[in-house]
Design a binder for this molecule. Structure first.
Ligand SMILES: Nc1ncnc2c1ncn2[C@@H]1O[C@H](COP(=O)(O)OP(=O)(O)OP(=O)(O)O)[C@@H](O)[C@H]1O
Length: 297
């Protein structure tokens, strides 16, 4: 559905994307993750035709990006692009028209899309008078009003409260169910973990790795991560070193990778003699994998 081939982009002397290739199949939800400035929005701007690549190309539904392919594509940008002095209904009617939505379907689609983002009672509200979260949801309604085959969501739930976030997640699941392909960027790793079939990690313009969560777990050769609080970290680190455990810090806390699952007593035995205040075990999560990919330990 979306075929991004060898994209490279520079802005002046700064290279922001290098040889990025990714392919999304119909009905797939793909999460593009990476730190601030990694090149996620630039990738989106390239595939929407807002900017042109120096090298590489983008195919949407097998066609080179053109005015025609624009109607296949719905985009929710990071900054809402809404007409503040128009109503919600007028915004949707305007964008629907631009994207070729037949006038016979327009009022039905406006109602369906506003309902999908829980704004059905706001059809006549002026956008400038809506809360930030409501404007974010309207922006999502705009992205889907013309029933695109490919929806690109740039940080769709940033600024939303938890219930609104659940609603957006549910909407993304429905889009997938309808066979719509979704490319999303997010800094919320639990959002990516819950929604995405595959995830790609972008860092300094390079796509470092991509795959399903279970495929990405292979980057951390551990069954569990154990986090330890102790008044003598040096002693815990020394013990862990004797067992060959890989050491990390997550949110400042000392942690080790366990290559195999251990009984609690076996685990405690490894740190015998260390003044342990607490010990917590967790499976390998997307957060661990993300940090491994994007940080330099
Ligand atoms: N029009 C532009 N002119 C010059 N530099 C740009 C332009 N657009 C983006 N950049 C630079 O390209 C790099 C990638 O930016 P981009 O917005 O794609 O990152 P991002 O991964 O989306 O970041 P964030 O998570 O903060 O949204 C940054 O260094 C940014 O300053």
């Amino acid at each position: 559905m979306l075929d991004i081939q060898n994209l490279s982009k520079t802005f002046g002397p700064r290279r922001v994307l290098t040889d990025v290739t990714l392919r999304l199949v119909p009905g797939e939800v793909y999460g593009l993750l990476g730190p601030n400035g990694a090149g996620k929005t630039t990738t989106i701007n390239l595939l929407s035709g807002l900017i042109r690549p120096d090298i590489g190309r983008v195919l949407i539904a097998g066609e080179a990006a053109s005015d025609r392919t624009k109607s296949y594509l719905g985009i929710m940008p990071q900054q809402n692009l809404l007409y503040q002095s128009l109503t919600c209904g007028e915004n949707l009617a305007f964008f629907g028209k631009i994207y070729g939505l037949p006038s016979s379907l327009r009022s039905q689609r406006i109602f369906t899309c506003l309902k999908a983002v829980n704004l059905e009672d706001r059809v006549d509200s002026i956008v400038g008078a809506l809360s930030g979260g409501m404007q974010r949801r309207l922006s999502l309604a705009v992205a889907i009003v013309h029933q695109p085959k490919l929806v690109v969501l740039d940080e769709p739930t940033t600024g939303l409260d938890i219930e609104a976030r659940y609603d957006v997640w549910e909407l993304i699941r429905q889009l997938k169910h309808q066979g719509v392909t979704v490319l999303l960027t997010t800094h919320l790793l639990d959002e990516a973990e819950r929604l995405c079939d595959r995830i790609g990690f972008l860092k300094q313009g390079h796509l470092l790795a991509q795959g399903s969560l279970s495929e990405l777990r292979a980057y951390i050769p551990a069954q569990e991560v154990v986090t330890i609080q102790t008044t003598d970290e040096a002693a815990a680190m020394a013990k862990a070193k004797t067992y060959g455990l890989t050491q990390r810090r997550y949110d400042g806390q000392l942690a080790f990778w366990l290559p195999e699952r251990l009984e609690l007593r076996e685990l405690l035995a490894k740190f015998e003699g260390c003044p342990i205040d607490s010990i917590a075990r967790s499976p390998v999560t997307l957060e661990h994998i993300y940090l491994e990919m994007t940080s330099s330990f």
